[in-house]
Design a protein around this ligand. Structure first.
Ligand code: HEM
Ligand SMILES: [Ca+2]
Length: 644
């Protein structure tokens, strides 16, 4: 975990963490590295079958195949809009933040063999505890529900949506391109090294005689400098908070989602006459009424109905804006209408994220410490820095931002406009779009998110995601355990243990359980009963069980990792909505309009919900009539008078 060489020596204000990364550093140590012959050894980036696997990775030889990230990208430095794949956001380093590039790292990887095999052993070469044992002992069932006082289930949902905007992992495949069955025919093969083994007396799965949960490793990749020596992992999506889940992370996906007329996205009509996402052809769908699942920039949108509903609202917002812009500027063509609408929607989403979501998660101290708060009305953000690497960091992806899994309630509620509230456990809702097609179905789902709480961020997790994740009603016992997966994913990605992260964050840390100053004594005892050494504690486990900071929902270690990542995504995004980039910026007048955005407003404008809380993320506030908060964007500020 120690920084590798001089250029990583900590700097008191931690800015170095934003501009360099521990592996695949792309900035300060560039020349230094290449002169040491770091570009060596290899496996082509897109070959799962030849993934770096421990000592099978031949050192010193470079693959004959070209490394993708060496291909030059030519940027249009006068472009007004983001590319779909995020390339050329940074004009000096066009690959930064781009889709289909490797995750970066705050800390050096910790693999079993130092190169790519999963982290298996802890201190003193003792085997790390089995992830399912950890999940059973520490991440117990949250029953009765551990409600998060004052916060609605919308808070969980916005976290999930944001995670789907920033990252999608790429899984390793079999040599023929199929999905690996690591508990069956592919057992023991490459990328199946760490299936999740179950005990014969497992409290849930034993009744189904299951002894193994499938766990496929993430696909191996070199880093962005084409260093093949240490295994890295890819993200399919742009790192930026740029609504790539709505618009797609490449041109082909985007093309498919558009009507190519008047800047509109494709839709299906709901029986109430409003728009829904277009229907997907094929794909995995568990509709009981043979209704189709949906097509979006992110196929995970079909995972559960609340995500589908919020996504639908954002899609409607895009089309609504495109129509408004068209009425102001009838001479604009499809492309112009599309890009301007997309820019506004991304601005709104970034504003909701930085202005409403993050302060709730991190609290005002952390928001200030990492300069995450939007500027006051009338001001641009002026600190864009092309040395800041926006790319999603591995510790954030594989552990810290998964804190939200603790916030998932065990059910969704569907509340009609008379106030009848019907609760359904998640196990009946996975990949099932039926609710959305019902009369008032989207509104019911949204009212339900407002009505119900998120759960608290702590060691407890709902059994819907631990035992019954993706279980279907007709196949009980065939689900998976997301929390065991999180722990295993950290080891798959070579994420160093929890204590190293505390050190990075300059939090008190020493190599023993008594140094755990941010856990309750009871929690320390629990950790001690599972892990032999404090240094072995997995980042996800140690982080999610910390006592939250005052005014925040997460403890200091996750607050630090989240703070750094969201700062990198703000300082390192040339198209960040508040940025004063002369090509890309909004006018100050327009920016002030974007800053009116709240999720409540967007829902009101695009549904028949009728009433809602002004701050949808909080719980227990009075509902207000949509008419009273519908204050729309003043689109005349986008009006362009055609010359002659
Ligand atoms: C119903 C709610 C949710 C479900 C069912 C769910 C499910 C999943 C699944 C299946 C994965 C892939 C795990 C792996 O193979 O490693 C995942 C990854 C992840 N989740 Fe969630 N999640 C939910 C909510 C959330 C929330 C609320 C957050 C954050 C606030 C979040 C953040 C993440 C992140 C950062 C990843 C890693 C991204 C990736 O693997 O591509 N999730 N989630
Ligand atoms: Ca994105």
């Amino acid at each position: 975990s120690e920084p590798e060489d001089d250029c990583f020596l900590p700097n008191p204000n931690q800015y170095y963490l934003l501009t360099t990364t521990a592996e695949g550093n792309y900035q300060n140590c560039r020349e230094h590295r290449s002169s040491h012959g770091y570009r060596s050894a290899g496996i082509p980036p897109n070959s799962a079958s030849r993934a770096p696997k421990g000592n099978k990775n031949p050192k010193g030889k470079r693959s004959t195949e070209e490394c993708e990230f060496e291909k030059p990208i030519h940027c249009d430095d006068g472009a007004k809009y983001r590319t779909y794949d995020g390339s050329c956001n940074n004009l000096k380093y066009p690959y930064w933040g781009k889709a289909e590039t490797p995750l970066a790292r705050f800390l050096k990887s910790d693999y079993h063999d130092g190169k790519g095999s999963p982290r298996l052993y802890g201190k003193h070469r003792k085997r790390l505890p089995n992830p399912r044992d950890i999940r059973l002992q520490i991440h117990e069932k949250s029953l009765p529900i551990h409600e998060l006082e004052g916060h609605s289930h919308f808070l969980m949902l916005w976290g999930q949506r944001t995670s789907h905007d920033m990252i999608e992992k790429v899984e390793a495949r079999s040599s023929t391109g199929g999905r690996l069955d690591c508990c069956g025919e592919d057992s023991g093969k490459d990328n199946c090294e760490i299936p999740i083994l179950l005990r014969v007396d497992d409290p849930y799965f034993s009744q189904f005689n299951r002894l193994c949960l499938n766990f496929r490793r993430s696909k191996a990749s070199p880093d962005l400098k084409c260093n093949f020596e240490t295994r890295q992992q890819l993200s399919e999506f742009t790192s930026y908070v740029d609504a790539s889940d709505l618009y797609g992370s490449n041109e082909a996906t985007n093309e498919n989602l558009r009507t190519k007329v008047d800047g509109l996205l494709k839709t299906t009509l709901h029986s109430d006459g409003n728009e829904m996402m277009p229907q997907a052809n094929g794909g995995f769908c568990r509709s009981q009424s043979e209704k189709k699942c949906f097509q979006a920039g992110d196929r995970r949108v079909n995972q559960q109905p609340a995500l589908m509903s919020v996504h639908t609202i954002l899609l409607r917002e895009h089309n609504r804006i495109a129509r408004e812009l068209k009425s102001k500027n009838p001479h604009w063509n499809d492309e112009m209408l599309f890009q301007e609408s997309r820019k506004i929607v991304i601005g709104e989403i970034q504003h909701i994220t930085y202005n409403s979501y993050l302060p709730t998660i991190l609290g005002s101290n952390i928001m200030n410490l990492f300069d995450l708060k939007p500027r006051s009305l009338g001001k641009y953000f002026t600190k864009y820095d092309d040395k800041v690497i926006p790319t999603i960091r591995n510790g954030f992806m594989a552990a810290a931002f998964r804190f939200g899994h603790s916030m998932v309630n065990n059910h969704l509620a569907f509340k009609d406009h008379y106030g009848n509230n019907e609760r359904t456990l998640f196990r009946h809702l996975w990949v099932n779009p039926d609710k959305l097609y019902e009369t008032d179905g989207i509104e019911k789902t949204l009212r339900g998110l407002q009505e119900e709480h998120s759960q608290s961020v702590d060691r407890y997790k709902t059994e819907e995601i631990t035992d019954r994740f993706f279980e279907s009603p007709d196949r009980p016992g065939f689900g998976n355990d997301l929390i065991s997966i999180n722990i295993n994913r950290g080891r798959d990605h070579g994420i160093v243990g929890y204590l190293a992260w505390r050190k990075m964050c300059k939090l008190p840390s020493a190599d023993n359980f008594y140094s755990l100053t941010d856990h309750s004594r009871k929690m320390v005892r629990l950790l001690q009963s599972v892990y032999r050494r404090a240094a072995d504690i997995d980042l996800f486990v140690g982080g999610v069980t910390e006592t939250p900071l005052p005014g925040a929902l997460v403890g200091p270690t996750f607050a630090c990792i989240l703070g750094l990542q969201f700062k990198a995504l703000k300082y390192g995004d040339r198209f960040y909505y508040e940025n004063d980039d002369p090509n890309a910026r909004f006018t100050i007048g327009q920016l002030n309009e974007i800053k009116k955005a709240t999720l409540a407003r967007i829902i009101c404008r695009n549904s028949n919900i009728g009433e809602i809380q002004q701050d949808v993320f909080s719980h227990g506030d009075p509902l207000v009539n949509c008419y009273s908060i519908q204050d729309d964007i003043n689109f005349s500020l986008w009006e362009v008078i055609p010359q002659n």
